[in-house]
Design a protein around this ligand. Structure first.
Ligand code: ES4
Ligand code: ZN
Length: 326
């Protein structure tokens, strides 16, 4: 069968990848040793064995523990470099990469250390492999809006190094409206705005992300299929959903890939894209997500073309650059 080869070779954009979620266990242990950080796991195998998640929170606890080894600018560089090398090998020609500065500033790491390390990796990856990579700063929604404002303030000296802001971490109990003012400020500053919504949370959170935060994309959004009026809104406006199939199965949003609702979203005319979310934790990078989902849902070359096209339509790259890729 040549479909996996087509999926692999087609140029695509990745729009939903948390750089801290690309940190492989081997690199976690290497950085722990380099920085003298003690981990609550004796070795790589023991850490990997802990990757058995029951929901979003059970994953986040381990994901934040893994990120504790990141201290120096070169640590952030090494992490992003490793991801970009894998993305380039998957024929990702453009990546919009989330990072969680509050996970690091809370441990005394400066905003400059985080952003400079990530930015240098993006710059060098473009020189080495021609991949374009942009950064999106995410606010942690389990923290307060005041803390989000402080984070924005600390990041503004590096304004030219990120293209937008997002909202991630524990969804249920932290609705988008909690961040209405900080998102309004970000829009005034000319930043792109996206938010995780409808991963585990209800369709009401997707409505709020659209109407209160006025986001340009919904990250996940798979709960939209529970709400016909919302499906109609998303189809008509073509506000994209960045869907992450392997993530949804690992976090028990769907019992297995065959039960994933991606085909339903596509058939309803939504601008859906495929993404890896936290590839080091969820068992695969972008092409693994494509190949496994296509096999499970019996999708074909038409859907492959549509999803690749959607990934460019949904991206924040300018029209001229986009024409070159399509
Ligand atoms: C995340 Cl899968 C997911 N959902 C919400 N926040 C996140 N941060 C990293 N991965
Ligand atoms: Zn995510």
């Amino acid at each position: 069968d040549r479909l996996p080869s087509v999926l692999h070779r087609m140029p695509k954009a990745e729009l939903h990848i948390h750089i801290e979620g690309s940190l492989e266990p081997e690199l976690i242990f290497k950085l722990a040793q380099r920085n003298g950080v003690r981990l609550p796991y004796p070795d790589v195998q023991a850490l990997r064995a802990a990757y058995a998640f029951t929901d979003l929170q059970s994953f986040l606890d381990i994901y934040y523990a893994g990120a504790s080894v990141l201290l120096k600018e070169e640590d952030f560089f090494d992490m992003a470099w490793a991801y970009l090398e894998k993305a380039a090998a998957d024929n990702v020609v453009h990546a919009e990469i989330f990072f969680d500065p509050q996970t690091h500033t809370a441990r005394g790491v400066s905003m400059g250390t985080v952003i400079r390390g990530l930015h240098h990796a993006c710059q060098r990856a473009h020189q080495e492999w021609g991949i374009s990579a942009r950064l999106i700063l995410c606010f942690l929604r389990h923290l307060s809006e005041a803390e989000a404002f402080e984070t924005l303030e600390a990041a503004l000296p590096y304004r030219e190094h990120f293209i937008g802001v997002g909202l991630d971490s524990s969804e249920v109990g932290h609705p988008p409206e909690k961040f209405a003012r900080v998102f309004a400020r970000c829009r005034e500053l000319g930043l792109h705005v996206v938010a995780h919504a409808g991963e585990e949370g209800p369709p009401a959170y997707i409505w709020q992300a659209l109407d209160v935060l006025r986001v340009q994309r919904i990250d996940h959004g798979v709960q939209a299929t529970c709400d016909p009026a919302l499906m109609q809104r998303l189809a008509q406006t073509r506000v994209p959903l960045t869907v992450c199939p392997l993530s949804n199965v690992k976090l028990c949003v769907f019992p297995d890939l065959r039960r994933h609702n991606l085909r339903q979203l596509l058939d309803a005319g939504l601008c859906v894209t495929i993404n890896s979310d936290d590839p080091a934790y969820f068992g695969g990078y972008l092409n693994d997500n494509f190949v496994q989902l296509f096999a499970a849902l019996d999708l074909g070359p038409r859907e492959a073309y549509q999803l690749a096209l959607n990934s460019f339509e949904a991206s924040f790259v300018d029209e001229a650059t986009r024409r070159g890729w399509q």
